[in-house]
Design a protein around this ligand. Structure first.
Ligand code: 4AD
Ligand code: MG
Length: 433
């Protein structure tokens, strides 16, 4: 309780008691001498019933002034009412308006997506958006718990960086005191590698930035990435880790967020199918499947959205695609010794057409080989000297991956577009609110 008020979610324990609730007016209606208010407080919805004569007349008439999203407090007695939203109702004994809202722009009717995104700061109040945010919160907590339970250490990586990690075409450049350029981080990986050589098993979770000029339903310019790095791990080890992580997160969300998923009309079967083992295919094998399904892709070309979608729809659970051609991937990935045209990498594609949710690899741990790769990618060596030091002082095999949180939220919630999976989306054509 705060100042003696309780939350709507606590009402099951308060049946028969007089309580005070605070929140916002979700809806109202009247019939005869009875007035109905639906209050929301972030934990749920409850119907308040006002019967003329059962509360002070001034409180009864306050109903007329209350507009959608007005803030108020309500006092009343809690009753079980199966027909009411949430299953409980309040027999109102007092109403105290706190702020009468101006005409609220978002009604309970349908609105266009641009209108809603322009009003994102208010749109978040709608039950659907609240449900998505609660699933996101659960997913993030499940991820943190997964790593904490395995005694990985959380290491925070910088946002301002002197170099690219994931290719120079999507770098956001900022002016750093007029004498240098700084880039917004594309990935915490390089720093996490340093941390893994200090602490063994580490992870980070933070915002990452990509100047994505493509307008797709999978790309944000600012997104949150969960990354992990493990000293002495090889590709097999991190494939197993990625699989275990996704399974653990699915279990948690199914344990704790069924109400939200049901509200979102998200079928549960695809989430219940997230069980080990996940199918694994090499890039070369995946090309064969794609060719058989009518896709034309030459060996060496990267899988695009249509190919990822097609592959992901061939399985009922995430599929691990490993050993991509070297040319498709970042400079730090270690080539395979058997087929050096390919690298020791893995992309995890989620089913239902969601596509890539995780990207990871075994890292090049040999100094000379890494120097060659940096030159091949035309990356400046000087700002990467610190990273090269990791190959000069006790280099070990190590591997890691990054998971895009919004893509996972999009998939779990069954959303069409990644923009609804983050509270305030940043897209090529959207910077406000
Ligand atoms: O595959 P990516 O580019 O991998 C890395 O950044 C590695 N350095 C991670 C690592 O090994 N530590 O990105 C990882 C994931 C993708 O699989 C995808 O889920 C997400 O980040 N992602 C995006 N999500 C939303 N919008 C974008 N523009 C994204 N780009 C990548
Ligand atoms: Mg990737």
């Amino acid at each position: 309780t705060i100042n003696g008020s309780v939350y709507i979610a606590d009402l099951p324990d308060k049946v028969g008691q007089e309580v005070s609730l605070r929140g916002w007016l979700y809806n109202k209606r009247s019939s005869g001498k009875v007035r109905f208010l639906i209050l929301r407080d972030g934990t749920g919805l409850v119907q308040g019933v006002m019967v003329k004569g059962k509360l002070p007349e001034t409180d009864f008439t306050a109903f007329d002034r209350l507009t959608q999203e007005s803030s108020l407090s309500l006092e009343g007695v809690v009753r079980v009412e199966p027909r009411a939203p949430g299953g409980y109702e309040l027999e109102v004994t007092a109403v105290h308006p706190l702020h009468v809202a101006s005409e609220y722009p978002i009604s309970h009717k349908e609105h266009g997506v641009d209108f809603l995104l322009n009003h994102r700061h208010l749109w978040l109040r709608s039950p659907r958006q609240q449900a998505v945010l609660r699933v996101r919160d659960e997913i993030i907590r499940a991820c943190r718990d997964f790593f904490a339970d395995r005694r990985f250490v959380l290491v925070d990586t910088p946002i301002f960086t002197p170099t690219a990690c994931e290719g120079t075409t999507t770098l956001f450049e900022t002016d750093y005191f007029g004498d240098r350029k700084a880039y917004l981080t594309q990935s915490g990986q390089l720093y996490l590698e340093a941390a893994a050589l200090a602490l063994g098993r580490v992870y980070c979770f933070g915002p990452t930035f990509r100047a994505e000029k493509s307008k797709t339903r999978r790309h944000l310019t600012e997104f949150w990435m969960l990354e992990t790095e493990v000293a002495f791990a090889d590709l097999e080890d991190i494939m197993a880790l990625a699989e275990a992580l996704l399974c653990a997160v699915a279990v948690r969300v199914l344990e704790n967020r069924i109400a939200e998923l049901t509200f979102l009309e998200r079928p549960l079967a695809p989430l219940q199918a997230i069980r080990p083992p996940f199918p694994r295919l090499s890039y070369t094998e995946s090309l064969k499947r794609l060719t058989a399904a009518g896709h034309q892709l030459a060996w060496g070309e990267d899988l695009g959205a249509p190919e990822e979608t097609a592959l992901s729809q061939m399985y009922d659970r995430p599929v691990l695609i490993h050993h991509y051609p070297k040319e498709c991937k970042a400079f730090y990935m270690k080539p395979d010794t058997v087929d050096p045209r390919t690298v020791l990498c893995v992309d995890v594609l989620a089913p239902e057409g969601v596509g890539e949710i995780i990207g990871g690899s075994q890292r090049e741990d040999d100094l000379e080989a890494l120097l060659t790769r940096i030159k091949e990618h035309h990356l400046p060596q000087e700002p990467l000297e610190w990273y090269l030091d990791l190959r000069r002082y006790g280099s070990v095999p190590h591997s890691g991956f990054g998971l895009g949180i919004e893509r996972l939220v999009t998939w779990f919630c069954g959303l069409h577009h990644v923009r609804e999976a983050i509270p305030f989306p940043r897209l090529m054509d959207r910077l406000t609110p």
